[in-house]
Design a protein around this ligand. Structure first.
Ligand SMILES: [Zn+2]
Length: 298
């Protein structure tokens, strides 16, 4: 009898699910980063896919249920999820993941935000009023966020703190080598003038040195208007852009219209993990992004 009890206890402690930390990632890039650092010590739920606009997500009951069982919510912050995450967290009833608690992590706090306006103004539908939140396309930001995330995972799960550190170091070593390679490959993109549907690529441009000279949206979050598109066409005469970029989740209509009128390529970039078949993880995301841009620039 005693032996049976002992065996049962041993079986329980051997269950990986028993110890695994439940991580709720708002967007695929943080889900992928949490997997790189957490390995089999975390169970990651990713709330959105690359085919969804992270600004506009519905606070569905399934998201509430996942937030309820999470020990850690990993969000971008900088207003990216302001339309849905506060509601999901509040209604989850999970005290541990409320903002300010160790179970709530905002990636944007660990990087320098670009395009931060002098005055916060959310009127007229500007969804980037707190600065540009699409920080994941500068891979150096992923290293900063990853370092902070490894520390946070260790705080929440002290027995595995060293394992999270070691996993982060291993990831960072490989990622730094990849960054050096991407920078070399992408050298022909320096100074390249491009158009973008939404202001999705400012960190990518900042990193690789190309220039976003015009946006199809008149304001971040406002659908392209014919007036805005005509303005870009007129500008194309004097200062021609070489391609027009969009993410996997944006409609291709406005980009294709510009492409049809100007003859420049309309290019879809994966934007996050899962945004294209080749962007299966964080390495694939940048491999594919760089390759697609080089091909379109030829
Ligand atoms: Zn945006």
């Amino acid at each position: 009898m005693r032996k049976q009890l002992l065996l049962a206890l041993l079986a329980l402690s051997a269950l990986p699910a028993w110890a695994a930390l439940n991580v709720f990632a708002t967007v695929p890039e943080w889900g992928a980063l949490a997997r790189e650092i957490g390995g089999d010590k975390v169970t990651v739920f990713t709330a959105t896919t690359a085919l969804q606009d992270p600004h506009r997500i519905e606070a569905r009951p399934s998201l509430l249920a996942q937030a309820r069982r999470a020990q850690l919510v990993v969000a971008t912050g900088a207003d990216l999820e302001v339309g849905w995450l506060p509601l999901v967290i509040r209604d989850s009833g999970n005290a541990n993941v409320q903002p300010g608690r160790p179970g709530y992590f905002e990636a944007a706090r660990f990087v320098s935000l670009l395009d931060v306006p002098a005055v916060l103004d959310r009127t007229q539908g500007d969804v980037h009023a707190a600065g540009n939140p699409h920080i994941q396309l500068d891979p150096r930001n992923l290293l900063r966020v990853g370092e902070a995330l490894a520390l946070r995972l260790g705080e929440l799960d002290p027995p595995n703190a060293l394992a999270y550190q070691a996993a982060y170091q291993a990831f960072a070593g490989k990622f730094q080598a990849a960054i050096a390679r991407w920078e070399k490959e992408a050298a022909p993109l320096r100074g390249l003038p491009v158009l973008a549907h939404h202001d999705s690529f400012v960190y990518l441009a900042h990193w690789l040195g190309f220039t976003v000279v015009g946006k199809l949206e008149p304001k971040p979050g406002i659908e392209p208007t014919s007036g805005q598109l005509s303005g870009l066409l007129a500008r194309q005469q004097s200062a021609p852009a070489r391609m027009v970029l969009r993410t996997a989740y944006q409609s291709d209509g406005p980009s294709l219209w510009i492409a049809g009128k100007t003859g420049i390529p309309a290019l879809m970039l994966p934007f996050t993990v899962g945004g294209s078949p080749a962007a299966g993880d964080l390495f694939g995301l940048f491999d594919d992004t760089v390759q697609r841009m080089l091909k379109a620039a030829r």
